[in-house]
Design a protein around this ligand. Structure first.
Ligand SMILES: *Cc1c(COP(=O)(O)O)cnc(C)c1O
Length: 406
């Protein structure tokens, strides 16, 4: 029999950049009895979460909620707006951008993958000037959409989406703008309406602090217009019927009732803390984490400080050190999970998640585990990253938002 209650003493440190730890408050909400998804109480829950999630995306437009992982919402974004053979311009920021591009190929689209050479693209964000130059060449408007990843979870780089919008406008190009903020939403500032994004894709298990299992498409009027003539086959993902039934808080098929309880609770938690406070907390933790990496004299994967991710930090290993072996030691000895390097970076770095339900002391424990693991793995650590992070956090310690308000 599979034993699910295996665990050493103390709590497991799930410091991967998603799924992030689920707060007890949300777990309790999810444990309420499942109700009739056509009954009267359900409509009120549906309307609440559909209104609340718009505040997180900063949009007045519909947000579609799917009972699916983020990958499903990627497919929904493409299949609702495009037709077979359409050219889409995508930018190689890392592993997730690469997976989205592969999906576009499988769906019968023609993705053009812009990027910097080698692993350079995996260390810097989207280069808006390259997108602008490519769009300017496309005088016949063959390119139907520009697709970029906001927070590239495989590397720890958060791209400037407003700059991509400006690049499209500067080129005078009508392509749709589609953005994956699966790991950015509710951790890094995101503005669907202000940035003129046509479809924003997100998921539940990162900044929203929920278990995996629901995902989102925030849509613009222009995206809805495109969906009327888009010909890729779609049924489960079709926005039209979902958006129509959402008017009264219901779905055409059975939604993830219990995860929607969790979403309701997560929205309360995030909006009680205040979105700006949530973002400031992530920035502060990310800065403390980077100070630790620098004290260890290791390299941060993101090579452009203007696009450091507030969600996670990629830590590169010196030559000859297998990052997966370091992660294994940390897991076996200290009961902490760190993110593995993906794709092109395999074995060369690990990722520290500092997103969602994370505070100063969570981060300090995380960095302690990393520092001990590095020493045990024979990585020469120049100075204590733990001490550097503590100095930063102590020097910037303010009353917590909910205490300050009390
Ligand atoms: C996690 C993640 C995905 C994949 O989402 P799933 O829920 O695993 O399907 C896609 N893009 C980014 C940026 C992610 O962080």
């Amino acid at each position: 029999m599979l034993k699910l209650d295996f665990h050493p003493a103390g709590r497991h440190f799930l410091q991967i950049p998603g799924p992030s730890p689920v707060p007890d408050r949300i777990l309790r909400a999810i444990s309420y009895p499942t109700i009739d998804h056509r009954g009267p109480e359900f409509g009120a829950l549906g309307l609440k979460v559909l209104a609340g999630i718009r505040k997180i995306f900063k949009t007045e437009q519909p947000v579609v909620i799917y009972p699916a992982s983020g990958t499903g919402a990627w497919e929904a974004a493409l299949s609702n707006t495009l037709s077979a053979g359409d050219t889409v311009l995508m930018f190689e920021t890392g592993h997730f951008a690469t997976l989205w591009k592969k999906m576009a190929e499988k769906l019968g689209l023609r993705p053009e993958f812009l990027g910097l050479p080698g692993i350079e693209g995996w260390r810097r964000g989207v280069q808006a000037d390259m997108i602008e130059a490519r769009l300017r060449q496309d005088s016949g408007h063959a390119i139907k959409a520009v697709c970029v990843v906001h927070n590239e979870t495989s590397t720890g780089v958060t791209s400037d989406i407003a700059a991509v919008r400006n690049a499209i406008d500067a080129a005078g190009h009508p392509a749709l703008l589609m953005v994956d903020t699966i790991s950015g939403l509710a951790s890094a500032d995101y503005r669907h309406d202000e940035w003129g994004v046509d479809v924003t894709v997100s998921g539940s298990q990162k900044g929203l602090m929920l278990p995996p299992g629901i995902s989102f498409n925030a849509v613009s009027p222009k995206a809805i217009e495109a969906s009327r003539s888009a010909r890729l086959p779609r049924s489960f993902w079709d926005w039209e019927e979902i958006i129509a039934m959402n008017q009264t808080g219901y779905w055409p098929y059975t939604p993830s009732t219990n995860l929607l309880y969790g979403l309701s609770e997560a929205l309360d938690m995030i909006l009680e803390e205040g979105l700006d406070n949530v973002f400031a907390r992530h920035h502060r933790l990310a800065e403390a984490c980077r100070r630790a990496v620098r004290a260890w004299d290791l390299e941060i994967q993101c090579a452009d400080p203007s696009v450091y991710s507030p969600v996670l930090t990629g830590v590169m290993m010196p030559d000859g050190i297998d990052a997966d072996a370091v992660r294994r030691i940390i897991y076996d000895r200290f009961n902490m999970s760190l993110g593995a390097a993906l794709g092109k970076m395999k074995g060369r770095m690990f990722r520290i998640g500092h997103l969602g339900d994370c505070n100063d002391l969570t981060l300090m424990a995380t960095l302690s585990g990393c520092e001990m693991g590095l020493k045990l793995s024979g990585v020469p650590v120049a100075a204590s990253g733990v001490a550097a992070a503590m100095d930063y956090l102590a020097a910037h310690a303010n009353p917590l938002p909910l205490r300050a308000a009390a």
